[in-house]
Design a protein around this ligand. Structure first.
Ligand code: IVH
Length: 671
């Protein structure tokens, strides 16, 4: 191909990909399949690999790049990023309107009412139509320059749409980066698997993600963004109303929230706010209120600002999802790694659609800081979809009979000494053979993401330990039906089932075994990467720190945790026992090249019979980065319905989960 032709081809591909990115990530209306999209990217990549000099900064292949940053440089705002005055009632909204109306005289002002997205405010500068820099709000004058992290957000255009002038404009946009609920749930599931602390809500998860030092990590967090302000630069068109500015942003390819209403008069404003307060839970992202803005830009300018906030806009905040109830007692639970967690037992109370009877109190310091006492009336909050937490106490109703909580000095389960390391919030049981730790370790070993031993629940594990039937996870493989039948609530049939479930787990993929070992910081994903790289427990055990750190996604802390794990004599013994029991400790090297990760993050459930064996179908999904689970929930993406389907198909329909047939499945997951 002549050089010019190659240049043109690369440009056409970039435009095409930018178009499909917009269709998919901005308009939520994809026009091509994931496979077709991947083919476009592959084609562009191969041109760019052959001609690296043709790579442009706004090429879709360059979203994730650059070196990790230790500290973010300052990002100075040319126009200060103001914040909004908050109101919490209709009366205050009316007061705001009265102030605006008084200023105006006879005219009835027009307002734009928008959702107040609960995320992190950012500003992006485009020069000549291309994204140059972006940063956070910070103190309104200076924020952090986080361009590399923002570029990973696929709904943010790297260059704007429009031929001629429109494609080369200089301007700034401001908006809110957020983490959709689904992404939040997934991130927290992964963190739970890895033993990392959970994010309390999508906003914290979003701001934590934007602060990550490596853009590759940010890309995995699936952030998204809505833009709500357009600041024209020199030569760029200006518009008389805010609503027109937003429309223009839409035509440039920015994601503007579709739920924007132009209202006349404050009654209409209040109606719109009320209706969103009611349906806020139906949105796939969280909002914490509404924003009301004067539509007319000239009028905005005349109204001006006071200190930190404009006089032409106001936020109407929804009441947080809180409830109060009585704290009956505090139970101290011992986790797999010996961490003691105080858990509040509460008088039942409805909160955000569920009945709550327990809430986490995190740790000793948290209890002290909030001065929570047993018998108190406490304030609960549910942020996102996580377990509720106690956020405060109604001290005015104290009777004087409330009792202060003391962290036990001895483990509530085994009686061993409890320590709290200098600088750590967590108290830990010091007994490595603490039955509680052991119980959690064995439950974890048999868990859904680990060796997947069905029916190995906490009640059974507790009996195993009590009767001295198992002393570590490897002992599970020595259990016979005869051992199980005498246990409580265990018939011959269930004993036989459990023995065969344990037997079946011997043949799990290596990555699951690595995860099941419970190495600190090694979650599902890291276990998979390690299995791919080392192919056997033995090789992993012998790997040097340098070899471990060489693995993508493994840093010095994880490498150290792995080395520590394999040095511990008890762990070595367990591994030897597992091997003797016939548990699969290695895996054939994969011959086939990796398929495109077109199903990354997608969850499948199978029901009924299809012509592909289940194992094989599951392997197809995994090869493309997806996962297969047993039961249908609202988190499921696809239910593959074969012949004679079971109740899962009905459940999928009831939950509105997409059902597909074998043909469609082959199209999605096939080679
Ligand atoms: S307008 C001067 N519109 O709420 C106007 N803000 O203090 C400033 N927010 O963190 C903001 N959704 O990022 C505006 N539709 C929306 C918004 C919005 C969320 C955030 C904003 C800032 C806070 C306002």
């Amino acid at each position: 191909m002549a050089r010019e032709e190659i240049v043109r081809k690369a440009r056409r591909l970039r435009e095409k990909i930018a178009h499909h990115d917009r269709k998919y990530y901005v308009e939520d209306a994809p026009e091509i399949s994931d496979a077709e999209y991947d083919a476009l990217i592959d084609e562009l990549r191969s041109i760019e690999n052959a001609h690296p000099e043709l790579v442009t900064p706004d090429s879709p292949t360059q979203r994730v790049g650059g070196q990790p940053t230790k500290v973010f440089p300052p990002f100075r705002h040319a126009v200060p990023m103001l914040s909004l005055d908050n109101t919490y009632s209709k009366e205050e909204l009316t007061l705001f309107h009265n102030r605006v109306a008084r200023f105006l005289g006879a005219e009835v002002p027009e307002y734009v009412v928008e959702l107040k997205i609960d995320g992190v405010a950012v500003a992006l500068r485009y020069e000549q139509g291309s994204l140059r820099v972006g940063g956070t709000r910070g103190n309104g004058e200076t924020g952090d320059e986080i361009t590399a992290n923002l570029r990973t957000i696929r709904s943010i255009p790297l260059s704007v749409r429009g031929a001629g002038e429109a494609g080369r404009l200089t301007f700034e946009v401001r908006g809110e980066v957020f983490m959709p609920r689904k992404a939040f749930e997934r991130v927290n599931e992964e963190r739970e698997d890895a033993g990392d602390p959970l994010f309390a809500n999508p906003r914290n998860a979003c701001s934590g993600s934007l602060k990550l030092q490596d853009p590759r990590d940010v890309a995995g967090r699936r952030l998204d963004a809505f833009f709500y302000a357009y600041l024209p630069g020199r030569g760029a068109p200006a518009f008389p109303t805010h609503a027109q500015g937003l429309d223009f942003l839409g035509t440039l390819g920015f994601k503007v929230n579709p739920n924007i209403r132009v209202c006349r008069g404050v009654e209409e404003v209040i109606r719109v706010c009320d209706s969103w307060e009611e349906k806020r839970d139906t949105l796939p992202y969280e909002i914490d209120g509404m924003v009301v803005k004067v539509n007319d830009i000239a009028l905005q300018e005349r109204l001006g600002a006071t200190g930190k906030s404009p006089r032409w806009a106001i936020s109407y905040k929804f009441p947080a999802k809180q409830a109060t109830t009585r704290l009956l007692s505090i139970e101290v639970q011992v986790g797999r790694t010996g961490t003691l967690t105080p858990v509040a037992h509460l008088e039942l109370v409805p909160l955000g659609g569920v009945t709550v009877k327990r809430a986490t109190l995190h740790n000793e310091d948290e209890i002290r800081r909030k001065d929570v006492r047993i018998g108190d009336r406490v304030i609960l909050e549910r942020g996102g979809e996580v377990i509720p937490k106690v956020v405060g106490v109604v001290t005015s109703v104290r009777t004087g009979h409330e009792k202060r909580f003391e962290m036990p000095k001895d483990c509530p389960v085994c009686g061993a000494r409890v320590v709290r390391e200098e600088g750590e919030a967590a108290s830990r049981c010091t007994n490595v053979s603490c039955p509680a730790q052991l119980a959690r370790t064995i439950e974890y070993f048999g868990g859904r993401s680990a060796m997947e031993i069905e029916n190995l629940g906490p009640a059974i594990v507790a009996q195993f330990l009590e009767k001295g039937l198992v002393k570590d996870a490897a002992d599970l493989y020595a259990l016979s039906e005869g051992d199980l039948v005498p246990l409580e609530r265990m018939g011959e049939k269930s004993a036989a089932n459990l023995v065969s479930a344990i037997e079946a787990s011997k043949d799990r993929p290596l990555s699951r075994l690595i995860f099941a070992l419970g190495i600190r910081h090694v979650g599902v994903r890291t276990a998979e990467v390690l299995a791919d790289r080392f192919h056997s427990i033995d090789a992993l055990r012998k790997a040097s720190a340098a070899e471990l750190e060489d693995v993508e996604e493994v840093g010095p802390i994880v490498a150290q945790a792995i080395a520590d794990h394999f040095r511990e004599p008890r762990n070595i013994k367990v591994m030897e026992k597992l091997e003797r029991a016939g548990v699969r400790m290695k895996e054939e090297r994969k011959a086939a090249p990796k398929a495109g990760q077109t199903l990354a993050g997608k969850t499948f459930v199978f029901t009924g019979t299809i012509s592909i064996p289940r194992e094989e179908a599951a392997a197809m999904v995994k090869a493309r980065g997806g996962k297969v689970t047993d039961s249908v929930s609202k988190k499921t993406d696809y239910v593959v319905v074969g012949e004679d389907p079971g109740s899962k198909a009905d459940k999928a329909r009831a939950l509105g989960v997409k059902t597909i047939d074998e043909k469609e499945f082959r199209r999605l997951a096939g080679p």
